[in-house]
Design a protein around this ligand. Sequence first.
Ligand code: C2E
Ligand code: CA
Ligand code: CA
Ligand code: CA
Length: 276
Amino acid sequence: AKRRDKNRWTLFEASMDQRYSERQGMKAALREAIRTGAMDLFYQPMFNTQGTRIVGAEALSRWIHPELGPVSPAVYIPLAEEMGIISELTRCVIERALQDAANWPGNLQVSVNLSAHDLNDRAIISVIADALDRTDLPPGRLQLEITESGLMNDLKTAREILTELRSMGLSIAIDDFGTGYSSLSYLDMLPLNKVKIDRSFVRDLTKDPKKLKLLRGVVHLARELGLEVVVEGVETEDQLVMISENNCADIIQGYIFGTPMPHGSFIELANKLSSN
Ligand code: C2E
Ligand code: CA
Ligand code: CA
Ligand code: CA
């Protein structure tokens, strides 16, 4: 038995070691992908509540590892944050997204995710100003999505940066709303235009009557503060009906109307659905 235990321990050590080196390898590959512009950008359309008109799209980065294949953003975004290279990714995303959006029909908005570190460094302001200037995109067509976790570190700086960006004409949305623990104070403290309600409010909407009460309450609160409401993660017809009947959304983003897609596919869809 002793011997077996010993072998197990050795095995355990080997796999820890292996996992460590895999992680190091992934870090190196990620750094390389960001530096060389190998990251891809997908767009998920946002719709009016009928799903008949596109009002904009969220830019979502995609990474295909040379050996491992597609890696989830839920894995590499935290890794990039930890490595201190997230702002390089943000810069790439902003530049690409603005170039792409300059070719969209109508005045569709492009929405970009910022991360904690971006909001602690005033450099983001000139990155955005330069990219807007280069693409001649009206500032109102760029929306920034910020998460509550992104605000925790240095709220004062984050607030100053956002106020300046808002005064340039950008739109600011608070993302994953309802998942953090200080959400309510942020609504009042930050220069927001929109609230993106997290999909946890939608998931059991049709099964649990309390979920509808929660959703209605959050939506009411947002509207009282003059904010537009985006509901995320709408997947089924039943969810959509419940949201519409209760007037719980201004904008819908979810698989029911469109998944994240390559830029070419988004343009095609937008040309069909932005004119009517
Ligand atoms: P997020 O900002 O909340 O983005 C929405 C996520 O929900 C996307 O996942 C999208 O594919 C997914 N989603 C959209 N509709 C539905 C639906 O109806 N049902 C379900 N189950 N999921 C839906 P994705 O692309 O895997 O991104 C995950 C997260 O990674 C994002 O969450 C965002 O926080 C982060 N992320 C992605 N790209 C970037 C980026 O370029 N920069 C930063 N800072 N973060 C990013
Ligand atoms: Ca987002
Ligand atoms: Ca210009
Ligand atoms: Ca979200």
